[in-house]
Ligand binder design. Structure first.
Ligand code: NAP
Length: 277
């Protein structure tokens, strides 16, 4: 799989598995374990999670699913803004590591901007990196102003800005995406299928999918994968859909496809707020 280079020199896979809504209900656990297993079997190595998902439940499911096969995986987790103090981030990280039963997190993100001064958060993240608990760090849901508030030396070290981004929601393309690209900070597109909603019913998407003998979900992901320095983390708890989503990597959209999508899902042409799900 294609990788994006991170400040540590480690490559981040461009497609991973999202896990929001996993770990919330005990009776879904076996199904979720099977889904993660199917993802790993299919060759997906990046798993995105957060201490928030199922209040630790998603990390526990991941820990069980990856037991004995941590090597070669790329784990992304996120900490709450209320845990973003120097001490808070260390304690949150320790809990996440214990739940996933592993020694380090590949990429550790501040889930959204909060009230703790960012200088403290980044001091804490540097310490975690020095201890070997995390390999890279980054942010999520940061608009341009938030990014510019980050101490300059740390801006250059961000592993990604994880943002709400899909064909129907291109708000990030207003200022944020360009700034990140100039600073060589990858975007990680969350909700890339717009949470399985009406985007996937779009006739324009359906037409292009038919021409590529693909599905609408695959085209939506392929479009994001053709954006500069962008990774995607679709979530599914169904093995068949996980394999389907992975198939997006094989699709190359033509100039005509891109123009047709641009007509139906235009980029913002005026200031818009970066949305959050
Ligand atoms: P998403 O990946 O856009 O969509 C997930 C939904 O689409 C699920 O209901 C899933 O149902 C369905 N789906 C998956 N593959 C499909 C396919 N091929 N065809 C039709 N439906 C399909 O939404 P998301 O879960 O919000 O975003 C992905 C991940 O991003 C999350 O899981 C989480 O890891 C991360 N995230 C981060 C933030 C943040 O603030 N940083 C916010 C939201 C999400 P089934 O499971 O039944 O297949």
């Amino acid at each position: 799989m294609r990788n994006l280079d991170l400040p540590s020199g480690i490559g981040m896979p461009v497609l991973g598995l999202g896990t929001w809504r996993m770990g919330e209900h005990r009776d879904q656990k076996n199904r979720e374990l099977e889904a993660i297993d199917a993802a790993l079997e299919a060759g997906i190595t990046l798993i995105d999670t957060a201490e928030m998902y199922g209040e630790g439940g998603a990390e526990e499911v991941i820990g069980e699913a990856i037991r004995g096969r941590r090597d070669g995986l790329f784990l992304v987790s996120k900490f709450y803004p209320h845990n973003a103090s120097r001490r808070g981030v260390a304690e949150a990280c320790e809990r996440s590591l214990a739940r996933m039963d592993c020694e380090y997190i590949d990429l550790y993100l501040l889930h959204w901007p909060g009230g703790v001064p960012l200088s403290q958060t980044f001091e804490g993240l540097h310490e975690l990196r020095d201890r070997g608990w995390i390999r890279d760090f980054g942010v999520s849901n940061f608009n341009l102003g938030n990014l510019q508030d980050i101490p300059e030396a740390d801006q250059a070290q961000l592993g990604c800005n994880q943002v709400f981004y899909n064909l129907a929601h291109r708000e990030v393309e207003w200022e944020v995406a360009d700034w990140c690209q100039e600073c060589r900070i990858p975007l990680m597109a969350y909700s890339p299928l717009d949470q399985g909603g009406s985007l996937l019913q779009s006739p324009a998407l359906g037409k292009i999918a038919e021409a590529h003998q693909a599905t609408a979900a695959q085209i939506a992901l392929a479009w994001l994968l053709q954006r500069p320095d962008t990774a995607v983390i679709p979530k599914s708890a169904r093995p068949q859909r996980i394999r389907e989503n992975l198939g997006a990597l094989e699709i190359e959209l033509t100039t005509e496809d891109l123009a047709a999508l641009e007509r139906v899902f235009p980029a913002p042409d005026r200031a818009v707020r970066l949305d959050m799900r």
